[in-house]
Design a protein around this ligand. Structure first.
Ligand code: NAD
Length: 435
């Protein structure tokens, strides 16, 4: 059993802290956001993440998991301090390290004995050393400490499962002792440990995310060619995916990647490369393809309606992917303002993310959690997120509800034959149009 303090109680901090508690450690999750902590103390989970609430509540009840804004006290009491604060994108494209630096200062000021400081936030190569320097100067040699990089690979929407069943843990450390402590902590989650130095661990995280983003932009480019040559990208991806060197995952063509990680991490890696004099052309192309891909559903709509003015468009899905209410860099953030700019009348359906989305779209659109009502009388229906409810919708009913039988599917949720049978005009990504 270790005493762990987690700095930052967001998607990463809350899930990791909960899983460390679940495996028998004493965990305190800390945040500067008082509302978040008060809500958590009162049993309210600030994010939508399947299964999380139950595990949080169990660990709180069994007194292994607590929440606080008293960060200095949490630091003083801990043996291991995890940093899981946000590293948003600065205007230049680089990662903004303000929150990480603030935490490092507070740790330094409150260092009262040997501690292992573990960075879980996604940070540019060199940040581990930077944290070491800040803690060192703020603690004035009061106590020894080590810094470890232990990047996070969870996926929102299955974060709990991903942590409890992680495929590997990456542990980059300045000392064997510290590395061994963190490896031990991960034994209940995985036997596969990649032990390395700080810089390599930091690089593994960016290299992984940008590789996944590359796969998505690659298949989207292939989809765009498929549309011009009459091929079907879903079959192309299937045919490619059986090759173990390629793998079937992340080959779903669509309207591009979004979320809190891929967009900012790909830009951050381009920036890291620039800083060391390397022009990472491939990552730049991945970003460019993705930026263009998001607006494909709008251009498909415009190819049908010369003017979108006054057209009632039902938008299905606002979150960047299913099973999350996270709106950060969701494709809907680009697509909906474009529809509104063209004076379309947008009614959106999302089972979970409407409240989060309202912060971005305000009153410029209407929101619904009733799928078929959203579609009723619409001139066209556009799918942006492949929520289960959407993938499983009854296409005959969809056609009956719509004023015009037009379905633009940005996530390739349906079989072409199914759409044809339902009598829909069906435009998807990288596949022939059904008319
Ligand atoms: P988040 O924005 O959901 O949470 C960050 C939390 O840190 C916020 O609650 C914020 O109030 C808190 N915070 C800021 N400054 C603080 C301080 N000084 N002390 C204590 N708390 C403080 O962010 P997230 O999505 O959990 O991401 C955290 C990091 O993990 C980022 O670097 C991100 O790139 C990385 N990451 C995220 C995911 C993901 O799917 N969300 C996956 C892998 C890695």
């Amino acid at each position: 059993m270790k005493k762990i303090a987690v700095m930052g109680t967001g998607y990463v901090g809350l899930v990791s802290g909960t899983c460390f508690a679940e495996t028998g450690n004493q965990v305190v999750c800390c945040d500067i956001d008082e509302t978040k902590i008060t809500n958590l103390i009162n049993g309210k989970i600030p994010i939508y993440e399947p299964g999380l609430e139950e595990v949080v509540k169990r660990n709180v009840k069994e007194e292994r998991l607590t929440f606080t804004t008293d960060i200095p006290q949490a630091i003083r009491d801990a043996e291991i301090i995890y940093i899981g604060v946000g590293t948003p994108m600065a205007e230049s494209g680089e990662a903004d390290l303000t929150f990480v630096k603030n935490v490092a200062q507070t740790i330094g000021e409150n260092l009262n004995g040997y501690k292992v400081i573990v960075n879980k936030s996604t940070v540019p190569v060199g940040t581990g050393r930077l944290v070491h320097g800040i803690v060192s100067s703020r603690s004035n040699g009061r106590a020894p400490f080590d810094v470890v990089s232990n990047p996070e690979f969870l996926r929102e929407g299955s974060a709990l499962y991903d942590t409890m069943n992680m495929e590997r843990a990456v542990v980059g450390a300045t000392s064997d002792h510290a590395a061994d402590m963190i490896i031990e902590l991960h034994k209940p989650f995985t036997e596969t440990i990649v032990k390395t130095n700080l810089e390599t661990a930091e690089m593994i995280k960016y290299a992984s995310n940008v590789f996944l983003a590359t796969k998505i932009s690659y298949i989207n480019d292939i989809a765009n060619i498929c549309e011009r040559v009459g091929a079907d990208v879903t079959k192309v991806a299937e045919g490619m995916g059986y090759d173990k060197r390629i793998g079937a995952q992340f080959l779903q063509a669509g309207i591009g990647y979004g979320g809190s990680c891929f967009p900012k991490d790909s830009k951050a890696l381009v920036h890291i490369a620039e800083q060391v004099g390397y022009d990472f052309k491939l990552a730049k192309a991945v970003i460019e393809t993705n930026d263009k891909q998001k607006l494909k559903v709008v251009s498909k709509l415009k190819s049908i309606f010369p003017s979108l003015k006054g057209k009632r468009i039902a938008v299905l899905g606002l979150a960047f992917k299913p099973n999350t209410d996270d709106m950060r860099d969701a494709p809907s953030l680009e697509i909906i303002p474009e529809l509104v700019k063209h004076e379309a009348d947008v009614e959106a359906f999302d089972p979970i993310a409407n409240r989060a989305a309202k912060q971005f779209f305000g009153e410029s659109i209407t929101y619904s959690t009733d799928l078929y009502k959203t579609i009723e009388n619409a001139d066209a229906c556009v799918i942006l997120t492949d929520w289960k409810e959407i993938v499983e919708m009854d296409l005959d009913k969809v056609r009956r509800q719509l004023k015009m039988p037009i379905l633009i599917d940005g996530r390739n949720c349906f079989d072409l034959k199914e759409a044809e049978k339902a009598g829909l005009i069906y435009h998807s990504i990288g596949r022939p149009v059904v008319e």
